[in-house]
Design a protein around this ligand. Structure first.
Ligand SMILES: *Cc1c(COP(=O)(O)O)cnc(C)c1O
Length: 371
């Protein structure tokens, strides 16, 4: 009976988790603020989604449809999928957590790459399992490094495609090569949160892989292209067995009624999605060129954000740049927690926010010694 434990203790791995720090919402400066720290849609959601959200206020006493039938059917018809192979989540983050809870035991390993989305580490440790982090090449996933890290204990591989915060992507041939070389007992989780933005002939979100196998799942979100981050809505397309498994660990009413309604409406507004992509993909090369012209290296990105390296200019410092920009109302995202201490991530903003950021970066550049 003698034990030194005097209070409830969580699983040891839980204490290894560094709690997720979201992008800052305010710079603390007075005046106009440009929040480009969380990859939100600068156009906001579809007006139809706003209306559906408002209408949901009339029936707040009712539980939502726990099986999200209407939304799953809308997703199925938008993407040509079977509705019973779709599961919805309170953000795709929740689905990633469900996957970890259902498929990882203490002692198991989950592999992801060094600059991958932080949530993979959090859900792996929360499940009591061991994160195995592999090197990237040039801020890009290295399939051979993932394969080299596989052991008998590997149960899950998380692949962000495209990845946040690097903005790089893994061509579908490489994803297929990874899948074919991974043992069948390993669940490959393809997180395609930014898929709608990508216009590359060698990119696919992974729908066909999921459709033709029993060991691969694709997650998606309404937080980015649909501008519904506040409502927390994500979904996954998965093999029947995986869907069955995830339903067992899912909270009975995990997606709220306002999110369900807004999600259906958002999917119905193709024009809004196209405007969002068009705005983003018009700005990506402009940001790369104009910020690059200041001397800062900007990694090529297919997402709705760019990664700016301050070490490419003598005297440049991401922390000092962040402070400088914040004082001018420009809020970018520090990415030290992603192993990128010399960089800041900038979400593609509206025209005014992008111009303000470029101007503030130019002013910061002017504070540095010119060679
Ligand atoms: C933003 C993002 C998500 C989306 O998370 P939600 O919980 O759906 O808001 C998922 N994966 C990556 C890589 C992201 O950047």
């Amino acid at each position: 009976m003698s034990s030194a434990v005097t209070k409830p203790e969580p699983r040891p791995s839980v204490l290894q988790i560094a709690a997720y720090v979201p992008g800052r919402a305010s710079s603390g400066s007075t005046g106009k603020q440009h929040k480009l720290s969380s990859n939100e849609n600068p156009l906001g959601p579809s007006p139809a989604a706003r209306e559906a959200f408002a209408a949901a206020a009339q029936t707040l006493e009712r539980y939502p449809d726990g099986s999200a039938t209407e939304l799953r059917e809308a997703i199925a018809s938008a993407y040509g999928l079977k509705a019973d192979r779709i599961i919805c989540g309170n953000g795709s983050d929740e689905i990633l957590a469900m996957v970890a809870n259902a498929y990882l035991r203490p002692g198991d390993e989950a592999i992801f790459t060094e600059h991958a989305f932080l949530v993979y580490r959090i859900v792996t440790l929360a499940a009591g399992a061991t994160p195995v982090v592999v090197k990237e090449k040039n801020l890009t996933v290295d399939v051979d490094a993932i394969l080299a890290a596989v052991t008998d204990k590997t149960r899950v591989v998380f692949l962000a495609n495209p990845n946040n915060p690097t903005g790089s992507y893994t061509p579908i041939d490489e994803v297929r090569r990874l899948r074919e070389a991974l043992p069948a007992r390993i669940l490959l989780v393809i997180d395609a949160a930014y898929a709608e933005y990508v216009r590359r002939n060698d990119y696919e979100a992974g729908i066909e892989l999921v459709a033709t196998r029993n060991d691969t799942i694709m997650t998606r979100t309404f937080s980015k292209i649909h501008g519904l981050a506040a409502l927390r809505l994500g979904w996954a397309y998965a093999p029947a067995d995986v869907i069955d498994t995830l339903h067992r660990v899912r909270g009975p009413f995990n997606v709220n009624a306002a999110a369900l309604a807004a999600g259906v409406a958002a999917l119905g507004d193709r024009a809004h999605m196209e405007r969002s992509v068009e705005h983003n993909n018009r700005w990506l090369p402009i940001l790369r060129e104009r910020i690059g012209a200041l001397g800062f290296t900007v990694a090529p990105s297919v997402g709705n954000f760019v990664l700016i390296d301050f070490s490419s200019v003598p005297g440049g410092d991401a922390g000092e740049a962040d402070t400088f920009l914040s004082a001018r109302g420009v809020i970018l995202r520090r990415v030290s927690a992603y192993g990128l201490p010399t960089m800041l991530r900038m979400s593609v903003g509206d025209d005014e926010g992008n111009e303000a950021t470029i101007a503030a970066l130019a002013a910061y550049r002017d504070t540095l010694p010119h060679e």
